[in-house]
Write a protein that binds this ligand. Structure first.
Ligand SMILES: Cc1cc2nc3c(=O)[nH]c(=O)nc-3n(C[C@H](O)[C@H](O)[C@H](O)COP(=O)(O)OP(=O)(O)OC[C@H]3O[C@@H](n4cnc5c(N)ncnc54)[C@H](O)[C@@H]3O)c2cc1C
Length: 451
């Protein structure tokens, strides 16, 4: 070992790259070590032989209130047209049979835009829209006392939400942002998102869809940014173990290659299980890390389906009360509002969030599920499947079951010199891209402030 002034960032997903970008921007020496050959982690793209396309491990959706993410993207030079940003929040949900429920928020200041959108929602009765509006009006009071022991289901009941408005608005939102079942997911985490999305500016609630495969949007640009400022990014360099000195402070990082790199400061930006493996055995006994060991995972299954013709007449729709939560027409998304998708085969991405019941299914079973749901929601469509690819992420995010939040660790770990980043640390947000980037920025701020 020798040297030690540079900060090592372990992990090249959103959290690690965001931390490294902030650090090199402030003139710090940084080394990023990433286990995989390419960066991106759980927000990554790859070339897929079945579809013949560059695809993501799963369709990612962001919102205007992803302030940290959008500032990270601006910093590394992501062009505006890489992201499709809605001018006002709008979404279409389909009922079985194909009838639509449409939410279109008018261009009013927040939160009036949401009130206007809910009142004017098409395809759902006035009684149910009024229930949603009532929840919206009560939201400010709910924010004042977040309670991590109340499930989303109990919260929706307490606020008098009717089954139709739950199915058409609340439950799709909950599965999407919490990646968990409303029966177990914490209302506090939902409220954290509602506050950011709906109580600030109107733009905060707009949906933001990456037009291109995600890796091509941010990974190489972040790496270029880091390297142009003297930082180093090493791919295919898994970390194996944190080295501590006699006082229990960070002293270095040993890689799987056997090399030990000396440093006094490490930012880990890896999932919980990996962090625990990196720790010296004795450190895992610390209460903070024992809590980390108790965090559970929630899966996402993504289906990538090449069809002989487009199924959707818009970039994306949600399916009400279906295990297939969202369908995305990748060609429309890539063409953007300005372009038109080319004729011929069409690539559809299907999101099954909180997919505990599906993650162990064989592709044939998932294909049957897909065909059955398409017949149910698009009774007149007769699409032929030309290619079918299943991407399973068993540990897509941590589970946001009630009582989980207190087990998520702070940025500052109990080990001096070790800072924790990753979407799952205690950011006040559910495990999302925004939480990941915020955690990276928080860790960088700690390094820079010398605390
Ligand atoms: C299918 C899917 C869909 C999703 N959809 C959305 C969405 O629509 N909106 C949203 O906001 N969020 C979404 N998420 C969540 C989002 O992807 C994550 O919150 C985010 O990518 C987490 O970033 P991270 O940097 O914290 O972790 P990761 O992306 O997991 O990065 C950790 C990195 O560490 C690396 N690593 C692991 N072990 C080691 C080691 N020993 N040494 C060095 N490196 C190591 C990994 O290879 C990885 O690159 C989705 C997730 C999935 C899986």
């Amino acid at each position: 070992m020798g040297g030690g002034s540079r900060t090592i960032v372990v992990g090249g997903g959103f959290a690690g790259l965001a931390a490294a970008v902030r650090l090199v921007a402030a003139g710090r020496e940084v080394l990023v070590v990433e286990a995989a050959k390419h960066g991106g982690g759980r927000s990554r793209s790859f070339h897929d032989k079945v579809t013949g396309r560059e695809i993501d491990n799963g369709q990612h959706l962001m919102m205007g209130c992803y302030w940290e993410t959008l500032s990270f993207m601006r910093a590394i030079g992501v062009p505006d047209d890489a992201l499709e940003v809605q001018s006002n929040l709008a979404m279409t949900m389909l009922k079985p049979g194909g009838a639509r429920v449409e939410l279109t928020c008018p261009p009013l200041p927040a939160p009036l835009h949401l009130a206007g959108g809910l009142i004017g929602m098409r395809g759902i009765g006035m009684l149910h829209r009024a229930a949603a509006l009532r929840a919206g009006l009560l939201l400010r009071g709910e924010i004042a006392r977040p309670d991590d022991n109340e499930t989303c289901d109990a919260w929706l009941r307490r606020l008098g939400q009717t089954p139709p408005i739950r199915a058409a608005f609340w439950e799709p939102l909950i599965w999407a942002v919490l990646n968990d079942d409303p029966l177990v997911a914490s209302a506090a985490m939902l409220i954290a998102v509602l506050e950011r999305a709906f109580m600030g500016s109107r733009a905060a609630s707009s949906l933001v869809v990456p037009r291109l495969p995600l890796s091509s949007v941010y990974v190489q640009r972040a790496v270029d940014y880091i390297e142009a400022r003297g930082g180093e990014v090493r791919f295919a360099s898994p970390a194996r173990k944190l080295e501590l000195d006699a006082d229990g402070r960070v002293a270095g990082l040993t890689l799987k290659s056997g090399e030990t790199v000396a440093t006094e400061q490490i930012v880990t930006a890896v999932p919980p299980q990996v962090l625990l493996e990196l720790l010296p055995e004795a450190a895992r006994e610390h209460l903070v890390f024992r809590d980390v060991a108790r965090l559970e995972a929630s899966p996402i299954v993504n289906l990538w389906v090449t069809l002989d013709e487009p199924l959707l007449d818009r970039p994306f729709v949600g399916l009400i009360a279906s295990p297939l939560h969202w369908l995305w027409d990748r060609d429309r998304i890539e063409a953007g509002t300005s372009g038109r998708p080319t004729a011929g085969d069409s690539l559809l991405s299907v999101t099954i969030s909180g997919a505990r019941g599906f993650v162990d299914d064989q592709p044939e079973a998932l294909r049957e599920l897909f065909l059955g749901e398409i017949a149910r929601f698009f009774p007149r469509a007769r699409p032929q499947i030309r290619g079918f690819r299943v991407v399973k992420e068993k540990r897509a995010t941590i589970s946001h079951a009630v009582g989980t939040y207190r087990r998520r660790p702070e940025t500052q770990s109990p080990i001096p010199g070790l800072l924790l980043a990753g979407d799952w640390v205690r950011t006040g947000l559910p495990a999302t891209i925004e939480s990941a980037v915020q955690s990276g920025h928080d860790a960088a701020a700690r390094v820079l402030s010398g605390r």
